[in-house]
Design a binder for this molecule. Sequence first.
Ligand code: COA
Length: 574
Amino acid sequence: MSDLIIRIGGEGGEGIISSGDMVAQAAARSGLNILTFKTFPAEIRGGYAMYQIRFSTDEIKSEGSGFDVMCAFNQEALDKNRSALKPGTVLVYDYPGGDIKEEVNIDGVTCYNLPMSQIAKKELEMYRAKNMVALGALSELFDISSESVRDTIHSKFGKKGEKVVGINLNAIEAGAKYVRENHKKTDPFKMGKAERADKDVIIISGNNAAGLGALIAGCRFLSCYPITPATEVAIFMSKYLPKLDGTLVQAEDEIASIANVIGAAFAGQKAMTSTSGPGLSLMQEFLGYASMAEIPCVVVDVQRGGPSTGLPTKHEQSDLFMAAHGGHGDAPRIVLSPENVPDVIDIMVQAFNLAEKYQVPVLVLTDGSLGNRTESIQAPDPNSYEIIDRKRYAPNGDGPYKRYELNESGISAMSHPGDADGAYIATGLEHFETSAPGYTPELHVSMSDKRFRKLENIEDELPPIEVQGDGEADLGLISWGSTLGTVRESVDMAIAAGMKVKALHPKLVWPVPVKAITEFASGCKKILVPEINKQGQLAEIIRSKTDLHLIQYNVYGGLPITPDELFEKIKEVI
Ligand code: COA
């Protein structure tokens, strides 16, 4: 198979994530491209957890639609996925001796039973090893490299001691043996190998990619408060910042986190925080302060379902209004949104470059699906990126330092504490050019204009926005963030089916890239905006800056849109 999707479902705490990770590792080591998707409950144990791995010899754009192989650890997993068990798919399920009490027969579906709970309890005397029994069976059935699986057992469970490693290795063999002795393979699915295994490929999650991109950009300070699904960004940074003379501060809350970041940036560091919706809400006052005092900083918001505590482990794109408009006063900021894991690295470098260049807060919106997802990607070359640093003050004998000099670009030179003749006051108060507080009407007008003037031409200064498809279109799609992967795949499907469809893939979402959007729209009869939120937040902010008629497609059940669903919507709208 050139493209195969395996889904593993069961109860949180049963090791679904570990077994999924190991299938993904094995596929990537075989030279295949991988893209994973996980969804799990907010509880540490219990509830439905799912891990899906898509692997292919071709480029993978999204999680895909449905699956080819489902491995059900319990009845709930089977029930939740029964409607997706279409003819031609395969089911591997825990029977007998587990939570599923009856043999399963579904028309057109190849069903392989596997007493994973029973083998784990009775033969291995360690119920926890159930997931590795399943993995052994999957590797026997679908030709997943058992050597690679064994290697990952050592790296994954090595710290738990030799006994645990030994039992898990036996579990792999027990699962494979059960399949050999009890089943004759009748389905066509097989993982296979890519022709070449590229040595420069790394397997990395979206959250780790955010950290990696920040390090490449020169970020050496992170302060944050842990929050699902963003904590992994800081865990990654905690491993590398100390080696690079950097600093990580776990603060007492998100207000302190962003305050620390602003302090570090004021002192000369490239600094960031990572958070999710509730944390970004708390940061709003300080983000306004960074806009007013013109201090460069970067915030990664790994969006989750809201409002409030909402759906902490579920996928949603509903922080765009807050990212663009949160807080009080007229405060310029930039909002960027990457579409996949390699893009996260590039966009993080761009975020730091823009923060430095324009001395504004830059918010990078990823999401739960993208942050938790792993992909096999080409290892980035840090030297291939252009790195921009802030405009620094150098005394020229022209009188006192004007930190907030009113000039044509709006960008004024920044000094750091200790710079000769570079002292200034960086408060949240409105100020004169020298930074001394001032409140006259003329001053507030000229300084507000200065702060916004910096971003007036941002769209022209960034690379052109990619358009997928060409010519006049019956339908154009505009979307953002990780939904762009689904858009790419469904637009390809529509074009292959003979439809005139194209798509715009913006990464700058605020300020709205009005020129690119209006030019794109002029070649489309209708515009569809798919996004994962109730209100149509991207559609609304585009409407606020253009007079375009936009058709919304809003999905907000905590899961991404699948390419098949979007393809159906495209057909319906056309
Ligand atoms: N042998 C030994 N140990 C094993 C094992 C095996 N065969 N299989 C799994 N484990 C261990 C894992 O190593 C892991 O241990 P660790 O915590 O020491 O790393 C543990 O069992 C859990 O397994 P894992 O595969 O990582 O997860 P899971 O599929 O069982 O799912 C989660 C558990 C991830 C769903 C759940 O724990 C979780 O984190 N939920 C989300 C909580 C959250 O963020 N809430 C929101 C708060 S606002």
